[in-house]
Design a protein around this ligand. Structure first.
Ligand code: SGN
Ligand code: CA
Length: 514
């Protein structure tokens, strides 16, 4: 009997069977990972976060089957920097990618993707990347150069070629992702990042979704006409719907056909796409021109058009998130796959009169973030812990059973989800650097559960303090008020502590000058 067993083992070994069985067992235990990262998608535009129009049934499905993070934040609210933080688990001053204007991601540094790959995962990044340098640590990548285009986008391929693909960008990013999943090495667990361009400016929906919200009149946020009293940085920004948002480029009301043809994405459309685009937008433009709007009427007209395009673009995006979930269902992958949906940061939908992001104020500091992790996260969980995009890398390594490198600055949020008694952060740290387009002054700051302290230090030099409990919309800067001296001092201590903890030398220098 014994001899028989040994001989079976020998035969198995010689055929390589045992190593396959071993790989499969290991793969079964380690979850697959799908991270869907969209661009500029505001939590205010998501059903699960309270949008009553319910434009995102598929994102809502992830939340329902997993966890909704109510307090998900980013460390630096802008595209490239956020992706660099997600990859490395380190703040911008450590991973080197501080802003979209002067930075170039050093791909030779460590990332959670590289760690997963070494530990036996198949890895891929498909879609928006925006880190300038070529992706490293992926078995496969196919990326949109820079911001990419909504229609018939070019992709940068691994072999150095550029490939134009006909269609709508969110559909194509999903097609390529499913194709990679079909052809992946099925012996291994996988980690796939799906990088969507939507809902980035200039918010162009798939033709089938144009006009989806034309019957809706969106309520103006109550601080739409913010006068920025006592808030210098907010006063000097260039991201308002009234001043910055343009009729042609942003809202597709062009002077004439020649002007439309000059716009990148529109000029790329094929005849069929262009006809549908014109059928929808030309009557809107004609109506607008006939009205001759001015002042507040004009601004509010712009706001309604902005909201309609933005939400329709989100519908086109969400449909493709649904396709990812369907793919996992159809291929029996749902039970053993973590799915995360998040944006690279939040976005303003008219709050303070704005579009865009960058500020430490809640709408852009926060990011939507939902995660499904069958067997680990109870469906319908709502998390109110302070978590960050900084935590994605260590959390994914934790889930995969890979040691988290000591120099990662985030922390796994799995303990918070597994154990009700686990304690999360008391405070989170933010640092925004870019000092160009949209004129948002560089700043850093700290947010606790109740208060926020901000130091603007370049375009504008000033402090701001908010009581988020009394003033969740951050309209009343309390800095300098006698009544808040004690809280200010406590918050400054917290800020000093965090700049030490994260070793942010630039911020420490500025604090030392104060
Ligand atoms: C572009 C946009 C800005 C936007 C940045 C950063 N201008 O420069 O409005 O803030 O991207 O966006 S546009 O004229 O090109 O639309 S990010 O997503 O990369 O952070
Ligand atoms: Ca972005």
């Amino acid at each position: 009997m014994k001899i028989f067993k040994i001989s079976v083992l020998l035969v198995a070994l010689s055929c390589g069977v045992t190593s396959n069985v071993w790989a499969q067992n290991k793969a079964a235990k380690r979850p697959n990972i799908v991270i869907i990262i969209s661009d500029d998608h505001a939590f205010q535009a998501i059903g699960a976060y309270g949008n009553t129009m319910k434009p995102t049934p598929n994102i809502d499905r992830i939340a329902k089957e997993g966890v909704l993070f109510n307090k998900g934040y980013v460390t630096n609210s802008i595209c490239g920097p956020s992706r660099a933080v997600i990859l490395t688990g380190k703040y911008s001053h450590k991973n080197g990618f501080k802003d979209n204007e002067n930075s170039h991601f050093d791909g030779s540094q460590d990332s959670f993707i590289k760690q997963l790959k070494v530990s036996g995962y198949s890895t891929a990044w498909i879609g928006k990347w925006h880190l300038e340098s070529q992706p490293q640590g992926f078995d496969y990548w196919q990326i949109l150069p820079g911001q990419g285009h909504y229609y018939n986008p070019d992709f940068q391929m691994m072999d150095g070629t550029k490939k134009r693909t006909e269609g709508y960008v969110s559909d194509i990013v999903e097609d390529v992702s499913e194709n990679w999943l079909d052809n992946r090495d099925k012996e291994k667990p996988f980690c796939l990042v799906i990088g969507h361009k939507a809902t980035h400016r200039t918010w162009i929906p798939d033709t089938q979704d144009m006009g989806k919200f034309d019957d809706v009149t969106f309520p103006l946020p109550h601080n739409f006409y913010d006068a920025y009293k006592n808030r210098e940085a907010a006063k000097v920004q260039d991201m308002s719907i009234s001043e910055t948002m343009v009729m042609g480029y942003d809202l597709k009301v062009f002077k004439d056909e020649a002007a439309a043809n000059k716009e990148g994405t529109i000029s790329r459309m094929n005849a069929e796409q262009r006809k549908k685009f014109d059928d929808y937008y030309l009557p809107i433009a004609a109506d607008f021109k006939a009205r001759n709007l001015k002042g507040k009427e004009l601004t509010e007209w712009k706001f309604q058009r902005y909201m309609r395009d933005y939400l329709s673009t989100a519908v086109s995006l969400d449909r493709n998130i649904g396709r990812t979930l369907d793919y996992l269902d159809k291929n029996n992958l749902t039970e053993n796959t973590i799915v995360i949906y998040m944006s690279d940061q939040g976005f303003y939908l008219g709050e303070h009169g704005w579009f865009d992001k960058r500020f430490i104020y809640e709408e852009s500091f926060r990011t939507p973030m939902v995660m499904r992790y069958p067997g680990v996260v109870k469906p319908g969980t709502v998390s109110n812990d302070l978590v960050m995009n900084l935590d994605i890398a260590p959390t994914m390594l934790d889930a995969a059973g890979v040691a988290i490198p000591k120099d990662e600055q985030g922390q796994s949020f799995l303990p918070l989800l597994k154990d009700k008694k686990a304690k999360g952060r008391d405070a989170i740290y933010y640092h925004y650097y870019e000092n160009g387009e949209h004129a948002v002054s560089p700043h850093f700051g700290v947010r606790t559960k109740r208060y926020k302290l901000v130091r603007f230090y370049k375009r504008v030099r000033s402090w701001e303090l908010y009581d988020l409990q009394k003033d969740p919309n951050e309209m009343h800067n309390l800095y300098g008020q006698k009544k808040y001296e004690k809280i200010t001092a406590q918050m400054k201590l917290e800020l000093n502590k965090l700049t030490d903890q994260y070793d942010d030398q630039d911020a420490k220098k500025i604090l030392a000058e104060d």
